[in-house]
Design a protein around this ligand. Sequence first.
Ligand code: NAD
Ligand code: LMR
Length: 328
Amino acid sequence: MNAIVNVTVTGAAGQIGYALLFRIASGQLLGPDVPVRLRLLEIPQGVKAAEGTAMELDDCAFPLLAGIDIFDNPRDGFDGANIALLVGARPRAKGMERSDLLEANGGIFRPQGEAINAVAADDIRVLVVGNPANTNALIAASNAPDVPKDRFSAMTRLDHNRALTQVAKRAGVAVDDVRKLTIWGNHSATQYPDLFHAEIAGQSSHVLTEDSAWLTEEFIPVVATRGAAIIAARGASSAASAANAAIDHVYDWVNGTREGDWTSAGIVSDGSYGVPEGLVSSFPVVSRGGSWEIVQGLEIGEFSRERIDASVAELVEERLAVRALGLI
Ligand code: NAD
Ligand code: LMR
């Protein structure tokens, strides 16, 4: 049996938490032979509901679940954490952009970054799901100076998965036949889902990229505004699909991405593709040996360049805003 992995989940009593915890405990986050100990972090008002979820987790008798502890402060919640899923934050309501949450949610990620720095395990890996995810990851990473920056990531896997399905439907192929698609930039309406390097059932994607009406008026806006469409339809922000994307992200990070493909993740920029160093931006990435690596050498045409730059400009603005708030 493998060693037990400590997984901290913040916002454990929320709607994503409820969709996520059972899948972690059943082995889908790390693999079918990796036991996990859950550390649930909530605010004091959320603890009772988290206790209810913990009772249900117990009642599943998951063979891989080595224990559940519930905390209401980050120092205890992140103690010894190997994996941290930072979900706990306010979701946006109808009519809001994700950046409207900066002030409300940004303040959560500074003390959490500090606590991760102080008490997490040496191999800690952090995925930020709470919005605005990229800049919240920047805040957490900036407040954890002793943790290597490449251990922090922000979730754009949901956007990536959304894009895969839109392409598969349009091309009439299975989702699994779509490869090498990229989400660039921010997890916001400015994100750029890039099809120019994609492969569809082993063929180039030019049939789709040459259909400029579909590309610019349908595909890009549908993917980029899908979160708002779900809020409008469901009356609440995406939860099960967000939990699913978090599982996919961490599973690939730890176990490696498949050969002949890549995925998308928000990671701290090293300056690749002209994205200013230090911003948490989404890139095409593979995971090798437990670390994300940016796929290098992709040719970026003018159409893509403009859109990547627009999303990155928004990240620069968000960084300025959180600097002004004293969060980084
Ligand atoms: P929710 O309101 O159902 O749950 C949030 C939970 O977080 C609540 O239980 C709350 O008590 C808890 N919480 C608040 N502050 C906390 C803190 N400081 N420490 C620990 N817990 C805290 O919200 P949800 O639907 O689960 O969404 C959570 C976040 O995820 C939102 O910001 C949402 O916008 C974001 N989200 C991101 C993506 C993505 O693709 N990156 C997708 C969906 C949702
Ligand atoms: C999503 O993309 O579904 C989430 O980020 C929730 C939101 O506010 O759109």
